[in-house]
Design a protein around this ligand. Structure first.
Ligand code: NAD
Length: 546
Protein backbone atom coordinates (compact mmCIF):
# COMPACT_ATOMS: atom_id res chain seq x y z
CA UNK A 1 0.00 0.00 0.00
CA UNK A 2 1.53 3.35 -0.97
CA UNK A 3 0.53 7.01 -0.88
CA UNK A 4 1.93 10.43 -1.73
CA UNK A 5 1.17 13.71 -0.08
CA UNK A 6 0.92 16.61 -2.52
CA UNK A 7 1.25 19.85 -0.60
CA UNK A 8 3.68 22.78 -0.55
CA UNK A 9 4.58 21.73 2.98
CA UNK A 10 6.03 18.38 1.83
CA UNK A 11 9.11 17.68 -0.30
CA UNK A 12 10.46 14.27 -1.20
CA UNK A 13 13.93 13.71 -2.61
CA UNK A 14 15.45 10.34 -3.48
CA UNK A 15 16.58 9.83 0.07
CA UNK A 16 14.55 12.19 2.28
CA UNK A 17 10.99 13.13 3.20
CA UNK A 18 10.88 16.74 4.42
CA UNK A 19 7.74 18.32 5.81
CA UNK A 20 6.76 21.39 7.75
CA UNK A 21 3.88 21.84 10.12
CA UNK A 22 2.44 24.77 12.02
CA UNK A 23 1.53 23.63 15.50
CA UNK A 24 -0.79 25.61 17.74
CA UNK A 25 -0.41 25.62 21.48
CA UNK A 26 -1.01 27.75 24.54
CA UNK A 27 1.34 29.20 27.11
CA UNK A 28 -0.27 29.80 30.49
CA UNK A 29 0.98 32.29 33.06
CA UNK A 30 -0.20 32.55 36.68
CA UNK A 31 0.36 36.19 37.79
CA UNK A 32 -1.60 35.56 41.01
CA UNK A 33 -2.61 32.22 42.60
CA UNK A 34 -5.58 30.78 40.69
CA UNK A 35 -5.56 33.56 38.05
CA UNK A 36 -4.34 32.54 34.65
CA UNK A 37 -3.38 34.40 31.50
CA UNK A 38 -3.51 32.26 28.37
CA UNK A 39 -1.37 33.10 25.35
CA UNK A 40 -2.06 31.06 22.24
CA UNK A 41 0.94 30.66 19.93
CA UNK A 42 1.84 29.00 16.66
CA UNK A 43 5.23 27.49 15.81
CA UNK A 44 6.45 26.05 12.56
CA UNK A 45 8.39 22.82 12.84
CA UNK A 46 10.31 21.11 10.06
CA UNK A 47 10.77 17.33 9.98
CA UNK A 48 13.22 15.36 7.91
CA UNK A 49 13.22 11.55 7.61
CA UNK A 50 15.83 9.42 5.86
CA UNK A 51 13.94 6.97 3.66
CA UNK A 52 16.44 4.15 3.42
CA UNK A 53 15.79 1.47 6.04
CA UNK A 54 19.15 0.15 7.21
CA UNK A 55 20.00 -3.44 8.11
CA UNK A 56 18.83 -3.73 11.71
CA UNK A 57 19.54 -6.22 14.47
CA UNK A 58 18.33 -6.63 18.02
CA UNK A 59 20.20 -8.19 20.91
CA UNK A 60 18.05 -9.21 23.86
CA UNK A 61 19.40 -9.44 27.37
CA UNK A 62 17.37 -12.38 28.70
CA UNK A 63 17.15 -14.05 25.29
CA UNK A 64 16.36 -17.48 26.78
CA UNK A 65 13.42 -16.30 28.90
CA UNK A 66 9.73 -16.44 28.12
CA UNK A 67 9.73 -13.06 26.41
CA UNK A 68 13.08 -13.62 24.71
CA UNK A 69 12.31 -17.04 23.24
CA UNK A 70 8.74 -16.06 22.32
CA UNK A 71 9.98 -12.88 20.60
CA UNK A 72 12.41 -14.91 18.47
CA UNK A 73 9.63 -17.45 17.81
CA UNK A 74 7.20 -14.75 16.66
CA UNK A 75 9.77 -13.37 14.20
CA UNK A 76 10.67 -16.86 12.90
CA UNK A 77 7.03 -17.92 12.57
CA UNK A 78 6.21 -14.83 10.52
CA UNK A 79 9.39 -15.10 8.46
CA UNK A 80 8.67 -18.72 7.53
CA UNK A 81 4.88 -18.17 7.29
CA UNK A 82 4.29 -20.98 9.77
CA UNK A 83 0.81 -22.51 10.12
CA UNK A 84 -0.21 -24.95 12.87
CA UNK A 85 -3.31 -26.79 14.06
CA UNK A 86 -5.03 -26.19 17.38
CA UNK A 87 -8.37 -27.41 18.75
CA UNK A 88 -9.79 -24.11 17.43
CA UNK A 89 -8.60 -24.87 13.89
CA UNK A 90 -5.61 -23.82 11.81
CA UNK A 91 -3.62 -20.80 13.01
CA UNK A 92 -1.14 -18.73 11.08
CA UNK A 93 1.63 -16.44 12.25
CA UNK A 94 0.71 -12.79 12.86
CA UNK A 95 1.73 -9.69 14.78
CA UNK A 96 -1.50 -9.08 16.68
CA UNK A 97 -0.89 -6.68 19.55
CA UNK A 98 1.72 -4.66 17.67
CA UNK A 99 0.99 -0.97 17.20
CA UNK A 100 3.19 -0.73 14.11
CA UNK A 101 2.19 -4.03 12.47
CA UNK A 102 -1.46 -4.52 13.41
CA UNK A 103 -3.05 -1.07 13.67
CA UNK A 104 -3.94 1.62 11.17
CA UNK A 105 -4.11 5.38 10.88
CA UNK A 106 -6.68 7.41 8.98
CA UNK A 107 -5.45 9.13 5.82
CA UNK A 108 -8.65 11.02 5.09
CA UNK A 109 -11.86 10.80 3.12
CA UNK A 110 -12.09 9.32 -0.38
CA UNK A 111 -15.60 9.96 -1.69
CA UNK A 112 -17.97 8.52 0.89
CA UNK A 113 -15.44 6.31 2.68
CA UNK A 114 -12.69 6.89 5.19
CA UNK A 115 -9.28 5.58 4.06
CA UNK A 116 -7.08 3.88 6.66
CA UNK A 117 -3.57 2.62 6.06
CA UNK A 118 -1.36 0.32 8.14
CA UNK A 119 0.59 2.25 10.77
CA UNK A 120 3.84 0.78 9.43
CA UNK A 121 3.24 2.43 6.04
CA UNK A 122 3.22 6.01 7.30
CA UNK A 123 7.02 6.16 7.13
CA UNK A 124 9.59 3.60 5.99
CA UNK A 125 10.13 1.15 8.87
CA UNK A 126 12.16 -2.01 9.22
CA UNK A 127 10.34 -5.24 8.33
CA UNK A 128 10.23 -7.36 11.51
CA UNK A 129 11.16 -10.47 9.54
CA UNK A 130 14.39 -8.76 8.40
CA UNK A 131 15.62 -8.30 11.98
CA UNK A 132 18.74 -10.20 13.01
CA UNK A 133 18.19 -11.64 16.51
CA UNK A 134 20.73 -12.56 19.16
CA UNK A 135 21.60 -11.80 22.76
CA UNK A 136 22.67 -12.97 26.18
CA UNK A 137 21.23 -15.13 28.95
CA UNK A 138 22.65 -16.42 32.21
CA UNK A 139 21.21 -19.79 31.17
CA UNK A 140 22.79 -21.54 28.19
CA UNK A 141 19.75 -23.38 26.84
CA UNK A 142 19.43 -23.09 23.03
CA UNK A 143 16.28 -21.30 21.96
CA UNK A 144 14.37 -24.35 20.68
CA UNK A 145 14.57 -25.93 24.12
CA UNK A 146 14.06 -22.58 25.85
CA UNK A 147 10.84 -22.14 23.86
CA UNK A 148 9.63 -25.56 25.08
CA UNK A 149 10.60 -24.66 28.66
CA UNK A 150 8.62 -21.40 28.42
CA UNK A 151 5.37 -23.26 27.55
CA UNK A 152 4.00 -20.16 25.83
CA UNK A 153 3.33 -21.43 22.28
CA UNK A 154 0.95 -24.24 21.32
CA UNK A 155 2.64 -27.63 21.15
CA UNK A 156 2.34 -27.92 17.34
CA UNK A 157 3.76 -24.43 16.89
CA UNK A 158 6.72 -25.40 19.08
CA UNK A 159 7.33 -28.39 16.82
CA UNK A 160 7.19 -26.25 13.68
CA UNK A 161 9.57 -23.65 15.11
CA UNK A 162 12.10 -25.90 16.82
CA UNK A 163 14.44 -26.23 13.80
CA UNK A 164 14.59 -22.46 13.33
CA UNK A 165 15.08 -21.70 17.00
CA UNK A 166 17.55 -24.33 18.20
CA UNK A 167 20.59 -22.87 16.37
CA UNK A 168 20.24 -19.63 18.35
CA UNK A 169 22.23 -19.95 21.57
CA UNK A 170 22.48 -17.16 24.19
CA UNK A 171 25.87 -15.63 24.89
CA UNK A 172 27.16 -15.71 28.49
CA UNK A 173 25.96 -12.68 30.44
CA UNK A 174 26.82 -10.40 33.35
CA UNK A 175 25.29 -11.89 36.49
CA UNK A 176 25.05 -10.58 40.03
CA UNK A 177 22.82 -12.74 42.28
CA UNK A 178 22.36 -9.83 44.67
CA UNK A 179 20.09 -8.10 42.13
CA UNK A 180 17.56 -10.89 41.50
CA UNK A 181 15.65 -13.44 43.60
CA UNK A 182 17.65 -16.30 45.13
CA UNK A 183 15.52 -18.77 43.16
CA UNK A 184 17.26 -17.66 39.92
CA UNK A 185 20.63 -19.08 41.04
CA UNK A 186 19.98 -22.52 39.51
CA UNK A 187 19.52 -20.95 36.05
CA UNK A 188 22.89 -19.23 36.14
CA UNK A 189 25.13 -21.64 34.17
CA UNK A 190 26.19 -19.18 31.44
CA UNK A 191 27.87 -16.24 33.09
CA UNK A 192 30.89 -14.12 32.22
CA UNK A 193 33.53 -15.13 34.74
CA UNK A 194 35.95 -12.25 34.16
CA UNK A 195 37.16 -10.77 37.45
CA UNK A 196 36.21 -7.09 37.14
CA UNK A 197 33.22 -4.99 36.09
CA UNK A 198 35.41 -3.17 33.57
CA UNK A 199 36.42 -6.47 31.92
CA UNK A 200 32.75 -7.58 31.79
CA UNK A 201 31.77 -4.28 30.22
CA UNK A 202 34.45 -4.68 27.56
CA UNK A 203 33.26 -8.25 26.90
CA UNK A 204 29.65 -7.31 26.18
CA UNK A 205 30.83 -4.37 24.06
CA UNK A 206 32.87 -6.86 22.05
CA UNK A 207 29.79 -9.13 21.75
CA UNK A 208 27.85 -6.20 20.29
CA UNK A 209 30.59 -5.40 17.77
CA UNK A 210 30.91 -9.06 16.76
CA UNK A 211 27.15 -9.42 16.27
CA UNK A 212 27.04 -6.30 14.12
CA UNK A 213 29.92 -7.54 12.00
CA UNK A 214 28.61 -11.10 11.71
CA UNK A 215 25.21 -9.92 10.45
CA UNK A 216 26.53 -6.94 8.51
CA UNK A 217 24.30 -4.55 10.47
CA UNK A 218 24.02 -0.78 10.21
CA UNK A 219 21.94 -0.41 13.36
CA UNK A 220 21.80 -2.54 16.49
CA UNK A 221 19.22 -2.10 19.27
CA UNK A 222 19.83 -3.57 22.74
CA UNK A 223 16.72 -4.58 24.70
CA UNK A 224 16.73 -5.64 28.36
CA UNK A 225 14.07 -8.33 28.87
CA UNK A 226 15.95 -10.23 31.56
CA UNK A 227 14.74 -10.71 35.13
CA UNK A 228 13.48 -7.75 37.07
CA UNK A 229 16.31 -6.53 39.28
CA UNK A 230 16.02 -4.84 42.65
CA UNK A 231 16.43 -1.06 42.58
CA UNK A 232 20.02 0.17 42.77
CA UNK A 233 20.74 2.54 45.62
CA UNK A 234 21.55 5.76 43.82
CA UNK A 235 24.66 7.27 45.37
CA UNK A 236 26.31 10.59 44.72
CA UNK A 237 29.80 10.04 43.36
CA UNK A 238 28.79 6.76 41.67
CA UNK A 239 25.52 7.12 39.76
CA UNK A 240 25.07 10.87 39.49
CA UNK A 241 27.21 11.73 36.45
CA UNK A 242 28.49 9.92 33.38
CA UNK A 243 32.11 10.27 34.52
CA UNK A 244 31.36 8.98 38.02
CA UNK A 245 29.51 6.00 36.60
CA UNK A 246 32.38 5.09 34.30
CA UNK A 247 34.79 5.54 37.22
CA UNK A 248 32.48 3.40 39.38
CA UNK A 249 32.69 0.57 36.85
CA UNK A 250 36.49 0.86 36.81
CA UNK A 251 36.46 0.76 40.62
CA UNK A 252 34.27 -2.34 40.59
CA UNK A 253 31.53 -0.61 42.62
CA UNK A 254 29.07 -3.18 43.95
CA UNK A 255 25.99 -0.99 43.51
CA UNK A 256 26.15 -0.82 39.69
CA UNK A 257 23.62 -3.35 38.40
CA UNK A 258 24.04 -5.73 35.43
CA UNK A 259 21.29 -3.84 33.55
CA UNK A 260 23.11 -0.52 34.04
CA UNK A 261 26.29 -2.19 32.77
CA UNK A 262 24.45 -3.25 29.59
CA UNK A 263 23.04 0.27 29.16
CA UNK A 264 26.54 1.76 29.47
CA UNK A 265 27.99 -0.79 27.05
CA UNK A 266 25.23 -0.09 24.50
CA UNK A 267 25.71 3.68 24.70
CA UNK A 268 29.49 3.45 24.39
CA UNK A 269 28.99 1.33 21.27
CA UNK A 270 26.43 3.81 19.86
CA UNK A 271 23.55 1.31 20.12
CA UNK A 272 20.12 2.44 21.40
CA UNK A 273 19.15 0.77 24.68
CA UNK A 274 15.61 -0.08 25.88
CA UNK A 275 14.86 -1.20 29.44
CA UNK A 276 11.82 -3.52 29.39
CA UNK A 277 11.89 -4.28 33.13
CA UNK A 278 10.90 -1.99 35.99
CA UNK A 279 14.20 -1.43 37.82
CA UNK A 280 16.04 1.92 37.80
CA UNK A 281 18.62 0.95 35.17
CA UNK A 282 18.70 4.42 33.64
CA UNK A 283 20.40 6.17 36.55
CA UNK A 284 21.36 9.85 36.06
CA UNK A 285 24.87 8.89 34.92
CA UNK A 286 23.39 6.73 32.14
CA UNK A 287 21.16 9.58 30.97
CA UNK A 288 24.14 11.94 30.87
CA UNK A 289 26.22 9.38 28.99
CA UNK A 290 23.41 8.96 26.42
CA UNK A 291 23.28 12.74 25.95
CA UNK A 292 27.02 12.89 25.56
CA UNK A 293 27.13 10.10 22.97
CA UNK A 294 23.82 11.04 21.34
CA UNK A 295 22.34 7.57 21.72
CA UNK A 296 18.67 6.82 22.39
CA UNK A 297 17.65 5.20 25.67
CA UNK A 298 14.15 4.41 26.94
CA UNK A 299 12.33 2.65 29.74
CA UNK A 300 11.04 1.41 31.96
CA UNK A 301 8.94 -1.76 31.85
CA UNK A 302 6.84 -2.94 28.91
CA UNK A 303 3.22 -1.78 29.16
CA UNK A 304 1.13 -4.83 28.37
CA UNK A 305 -2.02 -5.99 30.22
CA UNK A 306 -3.20 -4.68 33.55
CA UNK A 307 -1.40 -1.35 33.33
CA UNK A 308 -2.67 -0.62 29.84
CA UNK A 309 -6.25 -1.20 30.97
CA UNK A 310 -5.66 0.86 34.10
CA UNK A 311 -4.49 3.89 32.14
CA UNK A 312 -7.57 3.63 29.90
CA UNK A 313 -10.13 2.94 32.61
CA UNK A 314 -8.89 5.62 34.99
CA UNK A 315 -8.81 8.12 32.15
CA UNK A 316 -12.41 7.18 31.29
CA UNK A 317 -13.57 7.53 34.93
CA UNK A 318 -11.83 10.85 35.64
CA UNK A 319 -12.66 12.39 32.28
CA UNK A 320 -16.32 11.45 32.85
CA UNK A 321 -16.28 13.33 36.14
CA UNK A 322 -16.38 10.17 38.29
CA UNK A 323 -13.99 10.05 41.22
CA UNK A 324 -11.94 6.86 41.71
CA UNK A 325 -11.39 6.32 45.46
CA UNK A 326 -9.64 2.98 45.36
CA UNK A 327 -7.87 0.84 42.78
CA UNK A 328 -6.81 -2.64 43.86
CA UNK A 329 -4.84 -4.85 41.47
CA UNK A 330 -4.11 -8.52 42.10
CA UNK A 331 -1.98 -10.69 39.83
CA UNK A 332 -0.92 -14.27 39.94
CA UNK A 333 1.37 -15.96 37.47
CA UNK A 334 3.45 -19.11 37.35
CA UNK A 335 6.32 -18.41 34.97
CA UNK A 336 9.93 -17.63 35.88
CA UNK A 337 9.11 -13.90 36.00
CA UNK A 338 6.57 -14.76 38.74
CA UNK A 339 9.19 -16.83 40.59
CA UNK A 340 11.65 -13.94 40.47
CA UNK A 341 9.04 -11.39 41.56
CA UNK A 342 8.21 -13.50 44.64
CA UNK A 343 11.24 -11.96 46.37
CA UNK A 344 10.43 -8.72 48.22
CA UNK A 345 13.32 -6.76 46.64
CA UNK A 346 12.32 -7.47 43.01
CA UNK A 347 8.60 -7.12 43.74
CA UNK A 348 9.34 -3.62 45.04
CA UNK A 349 10.69 -2.61 41.60
CA UNK A 350 7.56 -3.92 39.86
CA UNK A 351 5.25 -2.33 42.44
CA UNK A 352 6.91 1.06 41.98
CA UNK A 353 6.60 0.94 38.21
CA UNK A 354 2.92 -0.09 38.41
CA UNK A 355 2.01 2.43 41.14
CA UNK A 356 2.46 5.73 39.35
CA UNK A 357 0.76 5.03 36.05
CA UNK A 358 -2.31 7.09 36.84
CA UNK A 359 -0.95 9.91 39.00
CA UNK A 360 -1.04 12.52 36.24
CA UNK A 361 -4.68 11.65 35.46
CA UNK A 362 -5.71 12.54 39.04
CA UNK A 363 -3.57 15.67 38.95
CA UNK A 364 -5.33 16.80 35.76
CA UNK A 365 -8.69 17.15 37.54
CA UNK A 366 -8.63 19.62 40.45
CA UNK A 367 -12.45 19.61 40.48
CA UNK A 368 -12.45 16.00 41.68
CA UNK A 369 -9.11 16.17 43.49
CA UNK A 370 -8.72 19.72 44.85
CA UNK A 371 -6.04 18.55 47.25
CA UNK A 372 -4.09 15.95 45.28
CA UNK A 373 -1.49 15.39 47.99
CA UNK A 374 -4.10 14.14 50.47
CA UNK A 375 -6.85 13.15 48.09
CA UNK A 376 -5.17 10.46 46.00
CA UNK A 377 -7.16 7.22 45.77
CA UNK A 378 -5.99 4.13 47.66
CA UNK A 379 -3.90 2.13 45.21
CA UNK A 380 -2.59 -1.34 45.92
CA UNK A 381 -0.69 -3.92 43.84
CA UNK A 382 -0.39 -7.59 44.78
CA UNK A 383 1.60 -10.21 42.82
CA UNK A 384 1.64 -13.90 43.76
CA UNK A 385 3.57 -16.82 42.27
CA UNK A 386 1.30 -19.75 41.40
CA UNK A 387 3.37 -22.23 39.31
CA UNK A 388 0.35 -24.13 37.94
CA UNK A 389 -0.90 -21.23 35.80
CA UNK A 390 2.55 -20.90 34.13
CA UNK A 391 2.67 -18.01 31.62
CA UNK A 392 -1.11 -17.61 31.69
CA UNK A 393 -1.25 -14.62 33.99
CA UNK A 394 -4.37 -13.67 35.88
CA UNK A 395 -4.99 -10.01 36.62
CA UNK A 396 -7.94 -8.98 38.78
CA UNK A 397 -8.76 -5.35 39.41
CA UNK A 398 -11.36 -3.53 41.44
CA UNK A 399 -12.11 0.15 40.78
CA UNK A 400 -14.36 1.90 43.31
CA UNK A 401 -15.50 5.41 42.39
CA UNK A 402 -17.68 8.03 43.97
CA UNK A 403 -20.53 8.99 41.65
CA UNK A 404 -23.25 11.62 41.78
CA UNK A 405 -24.78 12.51 45.15
CA UNK A 406 -22.79 10.07 47.30
CA UNK A 407 -23.34 6.99 45.13
CA UNK A 408 -20.68 4.35 44.66
CA UNK A 409 -19.67 2.59 41.45
CA UNK A 410 -17.55 -0.56 41.64
CA UNK A 411 -16.05 -2.14 38.53
CA UNK A 412 -14.36 -5.54 38.74
CA UNK A 413 -12.22 -6.94 35.90
CA UNK A 414 -10.71 -10.37 35.34
CA UNK A 415 -8.09 -10.74 32.65
CA UNK A 416 -6.37 -14.03 31.69
CA UNK A 417 -3.84 -14.50 28.92
CA UNK A 418 -0.30 -15.57 28.12
CA UNK A 419 1.74 -12.72 29.50
CA UNK A 420 4.56 -13.06 27.00
CA UNK A 421 2.22 -12.97 24.01
CA UNK A 422 1.15 -9.49 25.06
CA UNK A 423 4.76 -8.42 25.65
CA UNK A 424 6.46 -9.55 22.43
CA UNK A 425 4.56 -7.28 20.00
CA UNK A 426 5.33 -4.37 22.34
CA UNK A 427 9.03 -5.34 22.28
CA UNK A 428 8.88 -5.35 18.49
CA UNK A 429 7.29 -1.89 18.36
CA UNK A 430 9.95 -0.49 20.66
CA UNK A 431 12.69 -1.79 18.37
CA UNK A 432 11.01 -0.72 15.12
CA UNK A 433 10.19 2.80 16.35
CA UNK A 434 13.54 3.35 18.05
CA UNK A 435 15.31 2.54 14.78
CA UNK A 436 12.96 4.85 12.86
CA UNK A 437 13.70 7.74 15.24
CA UNK A 438 17.42 7.41 14.54
CA UNK A 439 16.56 8.53 10.97
CA UNK A 440 14.43 11.58 11.89
CA UNK A 441 15.59 15.14 12.52
CA UNK A 442 13.46 18.06 13.69
CA UNK A 443 13.95 21.83 13.54
CA UNK A 444 12.01 24.96 14.36
CA UNK A 445 11.67 27.71 11.78
CA UNK A 446 12.38 31.20 13.05
CA UNK A 447 12.09 30.04 16.65
CA UNK A 448 15.20 29.16 18.56
CA UNK A 449 16.24 25.52 18.91
CA UNK A 450 17.94 24.87 22.21
CA UNK A 451 21.52 23.86 21.84
CA UNK A 452 23.66 22.02 24.32
CA UNK A 453 22.09 19.07 26.06
CA UNK A 454 19.10 18.75 23.76
CA UNK A 455 21.00 19.35 20.56
CA UNK A 456 21.97 16.26 18.62
CA UNK A 457 23.70 15.34 15.35
CA UNK A 458 22.70 17.64 12.47
CA UNK A 459 21.62 15.89 9.26
CA UNK A 460 23.60 16.52 6.05
CA UNK A 461 22.12 19.30 3.94
CA UNK A 462 19.76 18.36 1.16
CA UNK A 463 18.17 19.78 -1.95
CA UNK A 464 14.86 20.12 -0.13
CA UNK A 465 14.28 23.88 0.25
CA UNK A 466 11.99 23.47 3.26
CA UNK A 467 15.19 22.83 5.16
CA UNK A 468 16.70 26.21 4.19
CA UNK A 469 17.70 28.23 7.20
CA UNK A 470 16.48 25.64 9.70
CA UNK A 471 18.91 23.89 12.00
CA UNK A 472 17.89 20.25 12.28
CA UNK A 473 18.46 18.10 15.36
CA UNK A 474 17.79 14.59 16.52
CA UNK A 475 15.28 13.93 19.32
CA UNK A 476 16.26 14.05 22.97
CA UNK A 477 17.95 10.72 23.80
CA UNK A 478 15.30 9.88 26.42
CA UNK A 479 12.49 8.61 24.22
CA UNK A 480 9.91 8.12 26.99
CA UNK A 481 7.73 11.01 25.84
CA UNK A 482 7.25 9.42 22.41
CA UNK A 483 7.25 5.76 23.44
CA UNK A 484 5.02 6.14 26.51
CA UNK A 485 2.29 4.08 24.84
CA UNK A 486 4.59 1.06 25.10
CA UNK A 487 6.19 1.69 28.52
CA UNK A 488 4.69 1.41 31.98
CA UNK A 489 6.88 4.04 33.61
CA UNK A 490 8.16 6.18 30.73
CA UNK A 491 11.14 8.36 31.62
CA UNK A 492 10.79 11.88 30.27
CA UNK A 493 13.50 14.52 29.86
CA UNK A 494 13.87 16.76 32.92
CA UNK A 495 11.12 19.39 33.19
CA UNK A 496 8.71 17.70 30.75
CA UNK A 497 5.50 16.60 32.51
CA UNK A 498 4.81 12.85 32.29
CA UNK A 499 1.67 11.80 30.39
CA UNK A 500 0.18 8.39 31.22
CA UNK A 501 -3.21 8.55 29.52
CA UNK A 502 -2.99 5.79 26.91
CA UNK A 503 -4.88 7.54 24.14
CA UNK A 504 -2.92 10.77 24.57
CA UNK A 505 0.26 8.69 24.33
CA UNK A 506 -0.93 7.02 21.14
CA UNK A 507 -2.04 10.33 19.68
CA UNK A 508 1.35 11.84 20.44
CA UNK A 509 3.13 9.07 18.57
CA UNK A 510 0.69 9.08 15.67
CA UNK A 511 0.86 12.88 15.37
CA UNK A 512 4.63 12.80 15.24
CA UNK A 513 4.63 10.26 12.42
CA UNK A 514 1.88 12.13 10.57
CA UNK A 515 3.84 15.37 10.88
CA UNK A 516 6.98 13.70 9.49
CA UNK A 517 4.98 12.50 6.50
CA UNK A 518 3.25 15.85 5.96
CA UNK A 519 -0.20 14.69 7.04
CA UNK A 520 -2.25 16.94 9.29
CA UNK A 521 -1.96 16.05 12.92
CA UNK A 522 -5.14 14.91 14.58
CA UNK A 523 -6.38 15.82 18.00
CA UNK A 524 -9.40 13.55 18.25
CA UNK A 525 -12.19 13.71 15.74
CA UNK A 526 -11.24 16.23 13.04
CA UNK A 527 -13.15 19.50 13.23
CA UNK A 528 -14.15 19.20 9.56
CA UNK A 529 -15.69 15.82 10.16
CA UNK A 530 -17.44 17.07 13.27
CA UNK A 531 -18.83 20.03 11.33
CA UNK A 532 -20.24 17.81 8.59
CA UNK A 533 -21.79 15.60 11.25
CA UNK A 534 -23.58 18.44 13.06
CA UNK A 535 -24.58 20.76 10.21
CA UNK A 536 -27.91 20.25 8.51
CA UNK A 537 -26.99 18.94 5.05
CA UNK A 538 -28.30 20.32 1.78
CA UNK A 539 -30.79 17.48 1.31
CA UNK A 540 -32.26 17.92 4.77
CA UNK A 541 -32.39 21.68 4.31
CA UNK A 542 -34.46 21.18 1.17
CA UNK A 543 -36.79 18.96 3.16
CA UNK A 544 -37.43 21.67 5.74
CA UNK A 545 -37.57 24.38 3.07
CA UNK A 546 -34.47 26.38 4.13
P1 NAD B 1 11.81 -14.86 32.30
O1 NAD B 1 12.20 -15.08 33.71
O2 NAD B 1 11.12 -15.95 31.58
O3 NAD B 1 13.06 -14.44 31.42
C1 NAD B 1 14.11 -13.69 31.92
C2 NAD B 1 15.40 -14.30 31.40
O4 NAD B 1 16.46 -13.46 31.81
C3 NAD B 1 15.69 -15.68 31.97
O5 NAD B 1 15.94 -16.57 30.91
C4 NAD B 1 16.93 -15.49 32.83
O6 NAD B 1 17.77 -16.60 32.79
C5 NAD B 1 17.55 -14.28 32.16
N1 NAD B 1 18.44 -13.46 32.99
C6 NAD B 1 18.36 -13.13 34.29
N2 NAD B 1 19.35 -12.30 34.64
C7 NAD B 1 20.09 -12.08 33.52
C8 NAD B 1 21.22 -11.32 33.23
N3 NAD B 1 21.83 -10.62 34.17
N4 NAD B 1 21.69 -11.34 31.98
C9 NAD B 1 21.09 -12.05 30.99
N5 NAD B 1 20.02 -12.82 31.22
C10 NAD B 1 19.51 -12.83 32.47
O7 NAD B 1 10.91 -13.54 32.33
P2 NAD B 1 9.98 -12.96 31.17
O8 NAD B 1 8.60 -13.40 31.41
O9 NAD B 1 10.61 -13.22 29.86
O10 NAD B 1 10.04 -11.41 31.52
C11 NAD B 1 11.24 -10.72 31.31
C12 NAD B 1 11.18 -9.33 31.93
O11 NAD B 1 10.18 -8.57 31.28
C13 NAD B 1 10.83 -9.34 33.42
O12 NAD B 1 11.61 -8.39 34.10
C14 NAD B 1 9.40 -8.89 33.41
O13 NAD B 1 9.03 -8.26 34.63
C15 NAD B 1 9.41 -7.91 32.26
N6 NAD B 1 8.07 -7.66 31.77
C16 NAD B 1 7.30 -8.65 31.25
C17 NAD B 1 6.01 -8.37 30.80
C18 NAD B 1 5.12 -9.42 30.20
O14 NAD B 1 3.96 -9.16 29.92
N7 NAD B 1 5.60 -10.60 29.93
C19 NAD B 1 5.51 -7.07 30.89
C20 NAD B 1 6.34 -6.07 31.41
C21 NAD B 1 7.61 -6.37 31.83
Amino acid sequence: MSFHVTAPTVQETDDLIVSSLVSHGTDVEEPAPGEYVVKPYAKEYVFCTKKKVPKVGVMLVGLGGNNGSSFAGMIMANKHKVKWMTKRGEMSANFYGSLTQATTIRLGKCGEKDVHIPFKNVLPMVEPTDLAIGGWDINNMPLGDAMRRAQVFDFELQNELYKYMQPIVPLPSIYDPDYVAANQEERANNVITLPTKQAKLEKVREDMRNFKKEHNLDTLVILWTANTERFSEITEGIHDTADNLLKGIKNNEKEISPSTMFAVAAILEGNPFINGSPQNTLVPGVVELALRHQVFISGADFKTGQTKIKSVLTDFLVSSGLKPRSIVSYNHLGNNDGANLSAAKTFKSKETSKMHVVDDIFLSNPVLYPNPEKDQPDHCIVIKYIPFVQDSKRAMDEYSSEICMGGLNTIVLHNTCEDSLLAIPVMLDLVVLTELFTRIRIGERSGKTEKGHDAMKPLPSSKASLLDGVEMFSFHPLLGAILGFLLKAPMFPKGVPVVNSLFKQRQCLENLLRACRGLNTRTCIGLNKMYSAIQIGEEDRKKIGK
